[in-house]
Design a protein around this ligand. Structure first.
Ligand code: AKG
Ligand code: FE2
Length: 521
């Protein structure tokens, strides 16, 4: 809060005297005007509300969108005014099945048309009302029909189709952004980036005036991955029928009543929210209900039953043939591929994210070799800095001077240090350019746990890098030095004679656990 100067003090000011002021002459040193106090109170109640909101009130969300908005995949920055009206959708068509002797399917468009075809539209709508069966509800594992509790008509999922999907309107993404991050479960907390959302169309419900309603209830979850429900109200005139959604003593109300709407109105809420549809006074309140499930937004490609079949990647056949060749890595070895994309591989969550978050060619390589039954790992590869360079020179010298060295043996191979895990940048305060080799090596294992590989055949050169380790190095003067690391994929290729056997063994276990299998809700 700004300090006031004395000229601003008015008789209405509140003067605050500090009781522990050490100056001999206690004098007013801080004053707050009424407006400052009022502002402070507002801020206090705002922060209390925000705190409350975090703990209880973010349990539902909703909105209203003109039907004309989506025109599938319009760039986000195009305002709705500039959309080509010929390419945008003006109505939502609901089709439903009728018995064979009545002909084929029927169709009605929302909002109902206001033109010559109005009578036809009205007739079709009447037919829809007739086709709908009275809606039941579940109580103690039984389907109950009780119109004092629920009065509505419904069509089951297999009876109808509709040319509307909430994803096209950004509704699915908005729910994912708002409701998904708060879903509990220790494992899911670590892997927020993995969460995807599936909205499964469930029913059409029609609540008609004067007494359509659904008293307070909690939806029956349709499996362990369901976390909520979505209700979409189609544009059709009605009065009343507000939706109340309650959670921990707080209620939100969604009022979709209208006389001539062209909007899609929607609300989504967690499964544990009690909700109620108040009586519809007149007209028809037509809603689509969706079950909301948590899915694997990333990582679907790496599951046991992956969304993408790795054997259909262009790389697969070539890799398979290569492995079948006796002269390809006959005695076995390691293939290395520096990741083509940049990953924040030194963020604190990187370990949980890898290998799920791999993308593009990186995920293709990872999944192709995993699906061929080979051991594949993704890890940070430490690049040498000056200290490690010195260290390596020492090792090379020692090697060539050693009794084992035989001039026919292959050349000394550089050590590849692969981090045992992805983790944050580490600080090495023990560094130094002239410190003995074994001490540095031991220290390095301690602060940056890693495995050492000697025979890596790299398929590409390193591109994206991040600082992995910062060290204070002592040469003539103390200096700051650092090591970069590169995220890379390492494939262990068994010797030719063992390849089939190893591959079969590995294919019995999934490459990575599925998010859903291990999720605890
Ligand atoms: O139509 C609505 O607003 C909600 C319907 C509902 O709660 C349900 O179908 O379970
Ligand atoms: Fe419900």
């Amino acid at each position: 809060m700004n300090k006031m100067d004395s000229s601003e003090v008015t008789p209405m000011d509140v003067v605050v005297i500090s009781s522990d002021d050490e100056s001999p002459q206690q004098k007013p040193h801080k004053s707050k005007t009424l407006s400052e106090l009022a502002e402070e109170r507002c801020l206090d109640s705002l922060s209390a509300a925000v705190e409350g909101y975090q703990s209880t009130a973010n349990y539902c969300c909703g909105g209203s969108l003109p039907i004309t908005i989506p025109s599938i995949a319009q760039p986000l920055y195009v305002s709705s005014k500039k959309l080509d009206p010929n390419k945008t959708q003006n109505t939502i068509a609901l089709r439903w099945d009728v018995s064979q002797d009545q002909g084929s399917a029927r169709k009605v468009e929302f909002p109902l048309v206001h033109s010559d075809s109005q009578i036809l539209a009205q007739t079709m709508f009447e037919e829809l009302l007739k086709t709908c069966a009275p809606a039941t509800f579940g109580r103690n594992n039984e389907d109950i029909l009780d119109e004092s509790y629920r009065k509505a008509g419904k069509l089951d999922r297999e009876q109808f189709s509709i040319n509307f999907h909430p994803h096209d309107y950004g509704i699915v993404d908005a729910i994912a952004q708002t409701l998904l991050p708060q879903i509990d479960g220790a494992f899911l907390k670590e892997r927020v980036e993995h969460r995807g959302l599936l909205a499964e169309l469930y029913k059409v419900n029609i609540y008609s005036g004067p007494s359509g309603k659904f008293r307070g209830h909690v939806d029956t979850p349709r499996g362990p991955t369901q976390f909520g429900s979505l209700v979409v109200c189609l544009p059709h005139p009605h009065e009343g029928g507000q939706l109340r959604v309650s959670h921990k003593g707080h209620s939100s109300f969604f009022d979709w009543s209208n006389t001539d709407s062209h909007d899609i109105q929607w609300a989504a809420f967690y499964s544990d929210c009690e909700h109620e549809v108040f009586e519809v006074k007149s007209g028809h309140r037509i809603t689509l209900t969706y079950n909301l499930y948590i899915t694997e937004q990333v990582g679907g490609v790496l599951r046991r039953n992956p969304t993408i079949d790795p054997s259909l990647f262009p790389l697969y056949e070539g890799a398979k043939q290569m492995l079948s060749q006796p002269n390809f890595m006959n005695k076995g070895g390691n293939l290395g591929f520096y990741c083509a994309y940049k990953y924040a591989h030194h963020s604190s969550r990187a370990h949980a994210l890898m290998s799920w978050a791999l993308k593009g060619v990186d995920v293709a390589i990872y999944s192709v070799f995993s699906s061929l039954g080979l051991d594949v790992r993704v890890g940070p590869i430490l690049e040498n800095n000056r200290q490690l360079e010195n260290l390596e020179e020492q090792q090379v010298d020692e090697y060539y001077a050693s009794a084992d060295y035989d001039s026919d043996s292959p050349d000394y191979e550089r050590k590849i240090r692969v981090g045992a895990t992805f983790h944050k940048v580490v600080l090495d305060a023990d560094g130094g350019y002239d410190i003995a080799y074994d001490k540095v090596e031991k220290n390095l294992h301690k602060i940056w746990p890693h495995d050492e590989y000697k025979d890596v055949t790299w398929l590409n050169t390193a591109r994206e890098e991040e600082v992995a380790m910062v060290s204070i190095a002592y040469g003539n003067e103390a200096e700051l030095d650092w090591c970069y690391s590169h995220a890379a994929i390492l494939v262990t290729v068994p010797a030719h004679k063992d390849r089939d056997h190893e591959a079969k063994k590995n294919m019995e276990a999934p490459a990575v656990p599925s998010l859903i299998d291990v999720a605890t809700f």
